[in-house]
Design a protein around this ligand. Sequence first.
Ligand SMILES: [Zn+2]
Length: 443
Amino acid sequence: MHESLLIENGTLLSTGAVPSVRRNHSILIKDGLIARIAPGSRIGAFSGKRIDASGKVVVPGLINAHTHLYSTFARGMLKVRPSHDFMGVLRNLWWRLDCALTEEDCYSSALVALIDSIRHGTTTLIDHHASPRAAAGSLDAIARAVGETGLRACLCYEVSDRHGARSAREGLDENARFIRKCQEHGDGNLRALFGLHASFTLSDKTLEEAAGLGHSLGAGFHIHAAEALGDQQATLRTAKASVIARLEKQGILGRRSVAAHCVHVSQKEIDMLAQSGTAVAHNPQSNLNNAVGTANVVEMARRGAVLGLGTDAMTANMLEELRVALWAQRAETRNPSAGFREVTGALFDGNPRIASRIFGLRFGELRKGCVGDVAIFDYDPPTPLVSDNALGHALFGLSQARVDTTVVGGRVLMEHGRLLIDVDEERANERARELARNLWQRS
Ligand SMILES: [Zn+2]
């Protein structure tokens, strides 16, 4: 059920392709969408819920173009052996973790990560899930957490041959089952893509089967692509093609697909991504942490690729990721002017375009007809905030400010820092700690 909501007298910072700032404006949200925006109290008679946003900054809800809700239990994980390369990171941490996940772990880790997203004004997430010992039904467990938090999410299961044919089969089945379920019982806040782990862990047979299934279901795909150089090297060795060329050959690229990372791609591959309309999800913090390199987002944007920004589960705070995206471009190129337009464009224009393709709604702007998803920041700027410097304030000011209120489709999920969802945050955290301790012991 959609609720009507009036957000009154805020400073509206609309993002999208052309940012704008309007002072002392109100937003009326009806039937899940922004119905009207007007100065001051000119909205007229209204009898629903009101939120006073005076002295605060209202922005469109933030979008995370690539994350892993399951990775919550990696925080502080004990006895992780040091890794010398990206394969070591996967073997010593991620594959050790995901292999130990139970269905309850999937639900619990998603729930606390989603609450964290509400607290940081992130209202839509595109997730990539793996739990090889509990694949069947795992997306339902995550979907349950999504439903309880009221956020929007697009889910998939990352198919891989890394644990053998049976595990790959279970991954294929889980994607197909969940995509059908989403198509048949449309929940407005939930979508599905066909998930694939990465080229180097997928045999030709599995990739072909995934492509065939995905195409028959009319689904896009979500895959890690050329995250580390090893993905390219292994794909060249076994498939005699580059990663992106291999995906193109199987029809995996396209306007509904998301390729995460693309750190090690040639200009020819960038052109394939751009021409196919595939969304590239850039994850700078993860790339820096794993020491795999920095994606050339300036070149990707120049060649017309649809560029978005994800966190790869490093944070729920999209503005923190934005800052690091900028520092990474500048450190990589030793150019203190590099990347501003590209990284702000990825978060504020690219991510809404990606979400719009997946959800069939308009995202990323404060204007009539766009989704009624907003984050209200407790931010009283010490310098003038105007349309021309709105992105500078987002990077250097809003990113350091507290999110006061989070709204999805007109439903208030958090108001003045207090959660209004039917989830006990303390109990959710307590249960997560118990489950994480158990998981660490048995992994
Ligand atoms: Zn990832």
